[in-house]
Design a protein around this ligand. Structure first.
Ligand code: KE4
Length: 428
């Protein structure tokens, strides 16, 4: 497939924007070549400026569970725009979205809107430190919580894809109070609490990881996390930016019947517009300014257009829950891809939870950062382009999750499996 216009657009953008993109995840650094430039999205598809159509399994990295341009979302944002784009004063739209989030997630009694997942996780760890009076934050290697200085320690997603899990520019002082442990390592967790328990303000994790590729927690890991944090007075923070309203209407914590102290949200709660949120126990959230002393602010926090998109998305998910259908479609898709990879004789692991999945080019189960990093990323790059040339757009990195949307149908799944069969045979 010729993508001349995208290549020209990329060259032009690269003169003015570092790497030609406004987020490194889009740079195709993990697969080679240059990114397509998008003309528009339509339901389950992306159209690039060279006129090619792709079935989209990146879905803007997670927000678009309803697919592109869902009529209910478009109508809501259009209506909000005619009332004004931003006021720097409260609107009832913010309260409406807060009511939807609190009704959906029992562990969230109060919630604060911000404008990105990064801002939400940054605020949640500041709140954990302010609430407990402690400094130490525990994270897990390979998890990604946005580009928060103190969490850019063995960070996943594009930090790993592009080889900078520990970014230059982050002073040692910023990460001195961050302890990175191995995901799913129950003994390591117990040892850390034994050694530092009284100093740990909070533990933050992706309850299902998307940013190493799709990695699931063991039940023991999740229960030990809840038990040890409770025992030592540390806060348990679920980063559900990716899994929130994705794996269930109440997120991964509904699926696993867990009650964290704080939850970080983003992506779907904004329906594709810039929204992050953090929420949890009221006694903790009441420490946030102006109710309490922990500072956090934002000009566009609770922006009315973004609120309108988030409200329309969550109301659609509440009124017409797509989760059973997403489970069926995603199971069929990943079974077909798994069989195709086996038929091609390729060492692989296909890991999935609900409509999030990753095809890993490795023979061993991927349970943590070390096992994720053993994958054959060169083969992934060739698979990515073989699928692109067959009209299928995957996340451009082995260390990301792919997403099925409610706009995909059985026919799209069947079409994708045919493309995968050909693509996997081509990358043997
Ligand atoms: P944002 O600041 O990008 O809105 O959210 C940061 C974030 C926090 N927590 C989790 C679990 C996340 O997955 C993310 C962002 N995800 C990446 C892709 N895996 C966003 C893509 C990008 O950086 O462009």
């Amino acid at each position: 497939m010729k993508r001349t216009k995208s290549q020209q657009a990329f060259e032009r953008a690269s003169q003015l924007i570092p790497g030609g993109v406004n987020s490194p995840a889009r740079a195709f650094g993990g697969v080679g070549g240059s990114p397509i430039f998008v003309a528009k999205g339509e339901g389950p598809s992306l159209h690039d400026i060279d006129g090619h159509r792709y079935l989209d399994y990146c879905g803007s990295w997670g927000p678009l569970i309803l697919g592109h341009c869902h009529p209910r979302v478009v109508k809501a944002v259009e209506a909000a725009l005619h009332n004004g784009a931003s006021f720097g004063a409260p609107t009832e739209l913010e309260t409406r979205l807060a009511e939807l989030i609190v009704a959906a997630v029992p562990s969230i009694e109060m919630v604060r809107m911000v404008s990105s997942g990064t801002e939400a996780s940054m605020s949640a760890i500041r709140l954990a430190r302010g609430f407990t009076g402690r400094d130490l934050i525990v994270k897990f290697a390979g998890c990604y919580h946005g580009h928060v200085d103190s969490l850019l320690v063995q960070a996943g997603s594009s930090a790993t894809t592009l080889g900078v899990p520990n970014s230059p520019g982050v002073p040692k002082g910023c990460t001195a109070d961050t302890l990175a442990l191995r995901y799913n390592d129950v003994n390591g967790l117990a040892e850390a609490f034994k050694a530092h328990g009284g100093k740990i303000a909070g533990v933050i994790l992706e309850p299902v990881v998307g940013n190493m590729g799709l990695v699931t927690p063991t039940a023991e890991f999740l229960s030990e996390l809840r038990k040890l944090t409770q025992q030592h007075g540390a806060l348990l923070i679920y980063d559900e930016v990716m899994t929130g309203f994705r794996l269930a209407y109440g997120g991964a914590q509904e699926l696993f019947k867990q009650m964290p102290d704080l939850t970080v949200l983003g992506k779907i709660v904004g329906g594709g517009l810039p929204v992050g949120a953090y929420g949890g126990r009221a006694d903790i959230m009441k420490k946030i300014m102006p109710a309490g002393p922990v500072f956090q602010a934002g000009t566009l926090s609770g922006n009315p257009l973004a609120m309108a998109a988030g409200i329309a998305t969550l109301e659609e998910l509440r009124d017409h829950p797509p989760y059973e259908r997403l489970e069926k479609l995603s199971q069929a898709l990943t079974a077909g891809i798994d069989q195709a990879a086996t038929a091609a004789g390729l060492p692989h692991r296909l890991q999935r939870v609900g409509s999030m999945w990753t095809l890993f080019f490795t023979s061993d189960p991927v349970v943590d950062y070390d096992s994720a990093k053993k994958c054959d990323t060169e083969r992934f790059g060739r698979f990515f382009w073989a699928m692109m040339d067959r009209g299928v757009y995957l996340p451009c990195s082995q260390f990301e999750a792919a997403f099925v949307s409610a706009a995909h149908t059985g026919e799209h799944i069947a079409e994708t499996i045919v493309s995968a069969r050909e693509a996997l045979a081509a990358v043997k």
